[in-house]
Design a protein around this ligand. Structure first.
Ligand SMILES: Nc1ncnc2c1ncn2[C@@H]1O[C@H](COP(=O)(O)OP(=O)(O)OP(=O)(O)O)[C@@H](O)[C@H]1O
Length: 710
């Protein structure tokens, strides 16, 4: 209570004058002293005037008088307070009120006698206290406690004893007053020494502490990756120079027009092949192979970097079981990767099955499993899946088994980590180590979830599960990567601005740079300052005047994509289409195909086409709406300048967006984003038509809304 009141009091002492709490406390203390002295002088004056004799004698009688006077004062104050009401209390904080508050509470507990004690305490406190408001508070509380103790004792005693005790009590009080005075002086002295010496802990404090900055320290494998060259064209490796690839696949590559491997393929293919070179059961030296993570720019050929070694490792299979599982975030991506697998599996007995919701669940089940003669067997060696549909099959398709899984490939890995809350990975791992039923339990394929390596665990070699992660924007956040449960991971990365800190050198670590990513070598980035109303004219100017085509244009919402699509369509002269979740999967597939074939000049899309989609021949990407996140930007602009080719990326920026956006792009390691001005006079010729189109657009949107309501 007293602490609360003192805080309020301090707050009233002009908070904004810039003075410290310490100086405010001292000011308060001085004020208290002054008031106490004034009160004492007043009391002794009254005593002398009333009975000079008694006053001259001094002693107990004089003290009694003082007490009576004090009681009277206190009673007046309580009366005053009652009439002012509770609210008044906060509007007039005063040190006397403060004491009175404490005493009022005490009086309500202790009755008449308590009143007198409270009044005495009030007079003693300011005189003896000498060490700031906090100490003052402690003293008030301490005395209140002493008094309360007395109250409990007294109320238990009978009324008949009361008069007798009154006298005794008074002499006791005088003694205790002296004692308290002494104690208070002692405390004041102690408080000047140190809080610990005085036995009181003073809360609060005025010292500013400097907190040491925490540096991020990367584990060795993240801090020191195997470097992948960024410049594709300067670092091509003839396919026959890469060891370990079987003649059949070399032939297939050549027939697909591939004479050279891109840098990421030249590094990663041999690494995966090596980990499977001792058969599918164990890695080198009988140990479980290391998991592999790959971070390389968009369009650098990551798909072939896993397709080739997986096909080769699985082609010598004995039984048909699911031994490779590829998980991707969208249907379109699953379709694209499935197509590449099918192409290189051609001519082998390997079967690739996609479970991404393109077909009905029952149709997918039929393509996964076959039942004949009462036995169910797998029809798939390689499954390409989206996480949702995969989990559905794990839980709802009887005999769907992942017990033979050797490779788990996670493409667009950073995005897949973000969807980890769906717990798809834990379900996959559970299915991989699911117990065998019946006599199959004795199979050599029996697997137990890996634990610490011991002599016993090495005694019976078992087929390992190896994880292969791929992304253009793989996170360097060890906490996020930890969710994947990687085993002695090995990182291949083309991010050269890697941090110099490692787990082993935790001292004198330079500040950790922000996460940096790699941009394709052939990409040229521009930003176009503009206003909101000029954006549609700008995109029309790009297609109709500057003749950019094909253009992939990104908006931040599907409504935005649809509106812009309608507007450009109504304006006329441009073959335009939209790509978003407004379209069915079939329509989306058809649209992408037409865009690739050059039938569509301008494809207006949401971020549904931002990641992984490989559309050949996209010369130009336009960020009609600036992306909010750097990863989104990197994936969007990465739809052009693929496979070592050149490409342009334009971002329309409003004035308010410029500073933050440019900072974000530079911080992420962009080689440079240039300003591109489109003069207003270049747009004036289209403005009249544009205004008329806007009117038509309004009608079309109204019609659409009306149709939806029906
Ligand atoms: N060795 C090669 N020679 C010629 N073309 C290649 C080679 N490897 C891949 N490509 C082509 O390069 C393009 C990009 O490849 P891919 O889609 O695998 O890139 P990515 O790194 O996965 O890109 P993203 O990060 O955007 O998903 C594809 O069209 C692919 O056919």
């Amino acid at each position: 209570m007293s602490l609360f009141a003192i805080n309020r009091y301090l707050g009233d002492e002009n908070d904004n004058d810039g003075s410290t709490s310490e100086s405010r406390s001292k000011a308060l203390l001085a004020k208290l002293h002054e008031q106490a002295r004034a009160r004492q002088q007043q009391n002794s004056k009254i005593a002398e005037e009333g009975n000079p004799e008694l006053s001259a004698k001094g002693g107990t009688t004089s003290k009694k008088r003082k007490k009576q006077q004090n009681d009277q004062d206190a009673a007046e104050k309580v009366q005053k307070k009652k009439s002012k009401g509770v609210n008044q209390e906060s509007s007039e904080p005063d040190c006397e009120d403060l004491s009175a508050n404490t005493q009022t509470a005490e009086r309500s507990l202790s009755g008449k006698k308590k009143k007198r004690k409270g009044t005495k305490t009030e007079h003693n406190e300011p005189e003896s206290s000498d060490s700031g408001a906090v100490l003052e508070t402690v003293l008030v509380e301490r005395k209140s406690k002493q008094q309360r103790g007395t109250v409990v004792e007294k109320t238990e005693e009978s009324d008949s004893e009361e008069q007798e005790e009154d006298d005794e009590d008074e002499s006791d009080e005088d003694e205790s007053m002296e004692e308290t005075k002494e104690q208070t002086e002692q405390l004041a002295e102690n408080s000047e020494k140190s809080p610990s010496q005085s036995g009181f802990t003073i809360l609060g404090g005025f010292e500013k502490k400097t907190v040491q900055k925490v540096q991020m320290v990367l584990p060795q494998w993240l801090a020191q990756p195997d470097i992948v060259q960024r410049d594709i064209n300067k670092n091509l490796v003839p396919i026959r120079d890469v060891p370990g690839i079987c003649p059949r696949l070399l032939k297939k590559l050549e027939s697909n027009g591939i004479q050279n491997f891109f840098p990421v393929q030249a590094e990663v293919i041999p690494a995966i092949l090596e980990s499977a070179s001792h058969g599918l059961l164990v890695g080198r030296g009988g140990y479980r192979p290391r998991d592999i993570c790959v971070s390389a720019p968009t369009g650098s050929g990551k798909t072939l970097a896993f397709v080739i070694p997986v096909i080769q490792a699985l082609s010598k299979r004995v039984v048909r079981e699911i031994r490779a599982l590829v998980v991707l975030p969208t249907k379109e991506l699953a379709q694209q990767v499935c197509k590449v697998f099918c192409s290189y599996a051609e001519g082998t007995s390997l079967k690739v099955v996609m479970v991404a919701g393109q077909k009905s669940f029952a149709a997918e089940q039929t393509s996964l499993l076959e039942t004949s003669g009462g036995r169910t067997r797998s029809l798939a060696d390689i499954v390409v899946a989206t996480p949702g549909r995969l989990v559905d099959h794990i839980n709802k398709t009887p005999d769907f088994s992942l017990r033979h899984l050797r490779f788990l490939i996670i493409d667009e890995a950073d995005r897949m980590i973000d969807s980890m809350h769906q717990s798809w990975l834990s379900q996959v791992v559970k299915a991989v180590y699911a117990p065998w039923c019946g006599s199959d339990g004795a199979s050599i394929f029996r697997r137990t979830e890996p634990g610490p390596i011991t002599a016993a665990s090495l005694f019976q070699p078992q087929m390992p599960l190896q994880k292969l992660l791929f992304s253009a924007t793989l996170t360097q956040n060890p906490e996020k990567l930890q969710q994947l449960g990687l085993h002695q991971p090995r990182l291949f990365s083309s991010t050269h601005s890697r941090p110099s800190a490692t787990a082993s050198s935790t001292t004198d670590v330079p500040p950790q740079p922000q996460e940096k990513f790699n941009f394709p070598q052939g990409l040229t980035e521009y930003y176009v300052p503009c206003t909101l109303s000029k954006k549609p004219l700008l995109i029309l100017h790009f297609i109709l005047r500057l003749k950019f085509s094909p253009v992939l244009c990104f908006t931040n919402s599907r409504e935005g994509a649809h509106r812009l699509f309608l507007l450009v369509q109504l304006f006329g002269g441009v073959r335009v289409a939209e790509f978003s979740s407004r379209l069915s999967p079939g329509e989306r597939k058809k649209t992408l195909k037409e865009f690739e074939q050059g039938k569509i000049q301008l494809l207006i899309s949401t971020d549904a086409a931002a990641r992984g989609i490989d559309i050949k021949g996209v010369k130009c990407v336009v960020n009609y709406d600036a992306p909010q996140f750097i990863r989104t930007y990197i994936h969007r602009v990465g739809r052009t300048a693929r496979a070592g080719k050149a490409g342009l990326a334009f971002t329309f920026l409003l004035g308010v967006q410029e500073k933050n956006f440019l900072q974000m792009v530079r911080d992420a390691g962009s080689p440079g984003i240039q300003r591109q001005i489109v003069k207003p006079e270049n747009l004036t010729g289209m403005e009249l038509d544009y205004q008329q189109t806007l009117l038509k657009l309004e009608d079309v949107i109204k019609e659409e809304r009306a149709k939806r309501r029906i």
